[in-house]
Design a binder for this molecule. Sequence first.
Ligand SMILES: *Cc1c(COP(=O)(O)O)cnc(C)c1O
Length: 381
Amino acid sequence: MIPYGKHCVDEDDIDAVVDVLRNQFLTQGSVVPQFEQALCEYTGTNHCVAVNSATSGLHVACLAAGVIAGDVVWTVPNSFVASANCALYCGARIDFVDIDPLTRNIDIGALEKKLHHAATQNCLPKALIVVHFSGLSCDMQSIHKLTQMYSIVLIEDAAHGLGGSYQQSKIGSCVYSDMAVLSFHPVKSITSAEGGAVLTNQSHVYEKLTLFAKHGVTKDPSQFRGESHGSWYYQQLELGYNYRLSDIHAALGLSQLKKLDVFIQKRSKLANVYNQALADLPLKLPVVEPQFKSAWHLYMVELTQHDRQKVYQQLHKKGVAVNVHYIPIHLQPYYQQLGFKQGDFPVSEHFYQHALTLPLFPSLTPAEQSKVVDVLHEVLL
Ligand SMILES: *Cc1c(COP(=O)(O)O)cnc(C)c1O
């Protein structure tokens, strides 16, 4: 069975983890700050807080944005549930903006209209969370212009995006946003098993992120209310969480980060092979404009003539484990119970009905990829 995604761990990754187990602190040691520093250098960002998942990262990003009960946060339906759940964790309400049928990222025209309407109703969101779906950056400059106009905190869910770029900058650079959240789950660009990070260029945001990810507790005397009792002293200033990444996980992430560019090159070569080899099939293939460099987290196709359910089963029977991204968040039973319904976001719903994710990961061999291409031809022609 050829899977749709797979991590790529070598001997040097294993050695890096073993070194922590043998010689270093298992948590709160020096490897986490090294990993954070390396992520700042790679993305060109000033500050980074490593956390134990992107989900935790999205939660602390919302907290640092000041999201509280009574606020509204907007995101897209075409994402993993974590992109919306983070707002609910803060007691806020969530609403969605539909996607663009070509990029499958947020529809900027729809966003502009919805913002204009919300402004007239006095119900603007506190924060907007955009998703760089499949590793293709959103048009951040245009989105930033809108969020600036209405004073909305802009958060990038960059779980798919590490290694991709937009204009002259890496995804995660926060040139046009307040914060960007990365994931190191095994199917993503690089892995730390479980893990994530929040990037920002603003030092006051960085301080809040650090506080919320570490129990709301600080040992920094400059942040204390009143006098320090001595060098053992700490204060809890916020209701924070234990979202720390361990040094064992950070060692894996740091070692993987050294190979990120090679991983992305391999993904992008494989994507080009698909683009050419599938051009004769009744499929809508992904489009990437020249000012974007996709991280190619996912290679998505849309069926234009066939029934998705049937094709999915035929491909699985023939050894190709295609997947489907994403069941629109607003159609999940939990979100239906909050009042969302079928028909609310038709572009996301249409995409979901026809989408298939093909196998794409750095270690996919030419022989395996040929098999995927051949099987698709057998099933679709
Ligand atoms: C994977 C993913 C997440 C969650 O990442 P975890 O690190 O598993 O918490 C959030 N958003 C998107 C878009 C994802 O793909």
